[in-house]
Design a protein around this ligand. Structure first.
Ligand code: MRU
Length: 347
């Protein structure tokens, strides 16, 4: 079964509320820009490609609801909507990538009438979604052969169907290898503080029937030391031109552990996550979230009231620690600067 994380229905952007999973599967209907912005900021929808798809549908929603009577006026509204959406989460480049593509499309349609523009913008959002799904399957095809024969893979956060248009990025090679009948066992980091691993990845893998073991984040080192992990595959929120990767907080630590234990460390991401305009990881903005997400789990306090806490939501893994980056265009290995540039011309 392919999950549908976000979709367009009856003039609304519909989402599965990922804050409520795994116990409650609830659909949120966003009927205006504020609701889409809130869904992204509050993480009703999360995961870089899924945020991009949602933002694209959000732009289409703004167009459908617009009273603009000239294409130029509609374009101005869309540019404003892009600024609003881009500001919701700064690290994942797919968000601004998708809104930029929608604005470019609006520019290209300036000679058409407003009705035609609205239709074409919705079609563009649907195309972004469909392309993302196809890219995930291609990532699966390129990545599955990299999984060592025993098939023990550690993953962090959720880079699965819920984080994309479907099928996932880090989970794509795993799903493809499993579908090929290969032995696969996934070690799922619970991923504090938001628990995307425990709540979302574990749920997805259960649905897919893929064998797994849920571990707390601080168990990874010991699992590696005992020889239980054959490779690590994670997703990415932004890949800089030199191959540095921003991904969920905790990813950097895993990469260091993998290097120490001589275990391959793979990053799986669509080409839209590569940001050649960002020279290195030092230039990637890291989202700081509410410390209450650290001191509370599902609204229940787990720390003394008033204790100061920090919540950087992402970290940067230096490119030296990355064995290869798996994209829909192929597998990229060091030296990354040249390899990522070459990928640009490869469709
Ligand atoms: O804060 P989140 O849940 O949006 O963070 C998600 C991640 O870090 C994922 O690994 C990344 O976006 C890739 S999803 C295919």
């Amino acid at each position: 079964m392919e999950l549908r994380t976000v979709w367009w229905e009856d003039n609304a952007v519909c989402l599965i509320d990922q804050r409520k999973l795994p116990h409650i599967v609830e659909v949120v209907r966003c009927t205006d820009l504020d609701a889409v912005a809130f869904a992204i900021r509050s993480m009703q929808v999360r995961g870089a490609p899924a945020i991009g798809c949602t933002a694209a549908y959000g732009m289409a929603l703004v167009a459908q609801r617009s009273n603009a009577n000239t294409p130029a006026a509609l374009l101005t509204e869309l540019e404003q909507a892009k600024r609003t959406l881009d500001a919701q989460r700064p690290t994942a480049v797919n968000l601004a990538w998708a809104t930029s593509r929608m604005v470019r499309q609006a520019h290209a349609l300036l000679n058409e009438d407003v009705t035609m523009m609205k239709t074409a913008l919705l079609a563009e959002a649907e195309a972004i979604f469909a392309e993302d799904l196809a890219m995930c399957h291609a990532i699966g095809d390129h990545g599955a052969p990299l999984i060592p024969p025993r098939g023990h893979v550690l993953t962090h956060c959720n880079a699965g169907g819920l984080a994309t248009a479907g099928y996932g990025t880090a989970l794509a090679p795993i799903r493809t290898a499993f579908a090929q009948g290969r032995p696969i066992h996934v070690f799922v980091d619970e991923t504090r503080p938001f628990l995307q691993g425990a709540r979302l990845t574990a749920w997805e893998l259960l649905q897919a029937g893929i064998p797994q073991t849920l571990i707390t984040d601080n168990m990874a080192a010991f699992m590696m030391q005992r020889g239980q992990i054959d490779c690590v595959i994670v997703g990415a929120d932004r890949i800089a031109a030199n191959g540095d990767v921003a991904n969920k907080i905790g990813t950097y630590g895993l990469a260091i552990l993998a290097r120490y234990h001589n275990i391959p460390f793979y990053v799986a991401a669509p080409y839209s996550t590569i940001d050649l305009n960002t020279a290195s990881g030092a230039d990637i903005p890291i989202e700081e979230r509410d410390p209450n997400e650290v001191t509370r789990i599902a609204g229940v306090a787990i720390a003394p009231d008033g204790v100061p806490a920090a919540h950087p939501a992402f970290d940067v893994t230096p490119h030296e620690l990355i064995t290869a980056i798996i994209t829909e265009r192929g597998v990229v290995r060091p030296p990354f600067v040249a390899a990522l540039r070459q990928l640009e011309s490869k469709q």
